[in-house]
Design a protein around this ligand. Structure first.
Ligand code: FAD
Length: 522
């Protein structure tokens, strides 16, 4: 079978037109139309370094029938029986769902317990936050089926490529309805309009194979038998027992951190990051990145920025986080009395706004460990979120300031149009952030303004607070068995335990924990 690999740069107009692209690839391979049987696109990325942004493609050209499974084998979940060993999985985020699917592949029966509601019902709770300023503490942008990643941008790239099989996670998502483009794009994403159907398909696969998924089931206590976890207790008072419990409750499950601490289960404070979300007109970012006013067929442009700051002799990184081109800022609080912002985008990334978290690293030295012990980071986050809420009038309206005004320490007389549905209130963000964090962010923004023309001006506004970037706490685990070092049967998992930061890395960690459970039970 003849196969030739080609790599080429094309204009967006050719690259995004299926026929024109096919012809260009054949020409590059030295073939004429009719001389190839199949073109398999393997990689696609935007190269915006030159005068004109171009699309870089890598493809295999076959002059014979291509192999059947170009992207690797699909997944089969054998049906579990009533005698199959059970595994409790707390949390139906990417970590919990992928742990459940991997359990099924390994012949274990997953029972997934999720405090929130199914994706469809959850939508109503999101509408209540946006329109009525009401936060349901069990069903919101962080809690509910699919976890924090369901109503998001669905970015699927990770730097944690050594921690698992990224391709396997992506192929699983495609098998359950995600666009196959995610297997090709250098920076794949699904989009908030497409994610719920994928999440629902993952759940259906679990149930079809004999696993269980229970919604509105909040875990409130642990069945601890000296140094062994025997199971969990739910808010309804139900007791569930199993030899292994995968705890994948995410970084917003503060009650779980408090519970572990109260029950004497070792947890540790860890570094994290905090800051604000910045919103620009997407056209400004497109113009700066692509150097053309009309981006045409090119996707909404994004950016990734980092700067080392120094305040009072302490160096801290300030960086962009979870950039959402063509997206929306969303209210991601998990309780009344706090304001938290995050970002999401639809699959087409076609809103008029570009938003990104701009956050500063928080080290242990920035926290009051003496007073709050391992919960010090959580208390810091809480205080900032409550201050943000109070500053903007104790609703889900968020405090905001024009970016140019923030740099000049000037109150904004008015704010810009925004994608943030509950609305913005003009405040001096220094009052919300405190002097150290505000100064670090200011230094970061000043540097970013030098890198992207127009970035650090009053064409943009900052919205607070971006406080849930990563877990402020680690639930330790033995690197070999992935069990808690002091509590057998407890497998801390995913972002909440401090082993992931994003959808793909959380999913990979879920798979690893399922494998670790299998190793212990078999
Ligand atoms: P989570 O997704 O947080 O899931 C934990 C689950 O546990 C939740 O469903 C929660 O309801 C449940 N739970 C909590 N406590 C209990 C309890 N006591 N009992 C039962 N269930 C409980 N990452 C990306 O990679 N790309 C993105 O584009 C992206 N965008 C994001 C946008 C938004 C708005 C948000 C909030 C996050 C975004 N993230 C994104 C981050 C990403 O969603 C998380 O990194 C990821 O979801 C973590 O997965 P997890 O399974 O570890 O935890």
């Amino acid at each position: 079978m003849f196969k030739k690999e080609v790599e080429l740069l094309l204009s967006p107009e050719v690259a995004f037109d299926e026929f024109a692209r096919y012809e260009a690839i054949l020409k590059h391979a030295g073939l004429r139309a009719g001389e190839a049987d199949f073109v398999h696109l393997k990689k696609r990325s935007i190269d915006a370094r030159g005068r004109q942004a171009q699309v870089r493609l890598r493809a295999d050209v076959y002059t014979n029938t291509p192999p059947r499974d170009l992207f690797g084998p699909w997944f089969v979940y054998p049906n579990v029986k009533s005698t199959t060993p059970k595994v409790l999985i707390v949390g139906a985020g990417p970590a919990g769902l992928f742990a459940a699917l991997r359990c099924l592949e390994l012949g274990l029966k997953p029972i997934v317990l999720e405090r929130g509601r199914d994706v469809r019902t959850r939508r109503r709770d999101l509408a209540a936050i946006n329109k009525e300023q009401l936060v349901n503490p069990d069903s919101n942008y962080c809690f509910g089926e699919g976890g924090a990643g369901t109503y998001s941008d669905g970015k699927l790239y990770t730097r944690a490529t050594k921690r698992g099989d990224v391709g396997r996670v992506l192929r699983r998502l495609v098998q359950h309805g995600a666009t196959p483009d995610i297997l090709v794009d250098a920076h794949p994403h699904i989009g908030t309009n497409k994610l719920p159907a994928v999440v629902q398909a993952l759940r259906e696969a679990i149930i079809e194979a004999g696993g269980e998924v229970r919604f509105a089931t909040r875990v409130t206590d642990l069945l601890l038998d000296r140094n062994r976890l025997r199971g969990v207790v739910t808010a309804a008072g139900e007791t569930l027992e199993a030899q292994a419990t995968i705890l994948a409750t995410g970084h917003s499950a503060r009650d779980i951190y408090e519970l572990l601490h109260q029950r004497g289960v070792l947890i540790e404070a860890k570094p994290f990051a905090m800051g604000v979300r910045v919103e620009h007109p997407q056209a400004l970012i497109d113009q700066a990145q692509y150097r053309r006013t009309d981006r045409g067929l090119l996707p909404a442009a994004s950016y990734s920025l980092v700067h080392q700051t120094e305040v009072k002799g302490e160096q801290r990184g300030v960086f962009s986080f979870c950039m959402c081109p063509g997206g929306f800022i969303v209210p991601a609080a998990t309780a009344q009395g706090e304001v938290v912002v995050n970002g999401m985008s639809p699959s087409r990334r076609d809103s008029r706004f570009a938003n990104s978290g701009i956050v500063a690293a928080m080290e242990l030295a920035d926290l009051d460990l003496r007073q709050h012990g391992p919960l010090a980071g959580l208390r810091f986050q809480q205080a900032l979120e409550q201050r943000a809420c109070a500053a903007a009038g104790n609703t889900q309206q968020a405090p905001a300031q024009l970016l140019g005004d923030f740099l000049k320490r000037k109150t904004s007389a008015s704010l810009l149009e925004t994608s943030y549905q509950p609305g913005l209130v003009s405040v001096r963000m220094d009052d919300v952030l405190g002097p150290n964090l505000a100064e670090r962010l200011r230094q970061g923004f000043q540097d970013f303004g030098r890198k992207i023309p127009g970035y650090a001006t009053n064409a943009a506004q900052i919205v607070g607070v971006e406080s849930r970037t990563s877990a402020p706490i680690r639930i330790p685990r033995d690197p070999a068995t992935l069990q808690h070092p002091e509590v057998a049967g407890l497998f801390p998992c995913g972002e909440g335990a401090g082993y992931a930061g994003g959808i793909v890395s959380a999913a990979m960690d879920g798979e690893r924990c399922a494998e670790a459970v299998f190793a212990i039970l078999s």
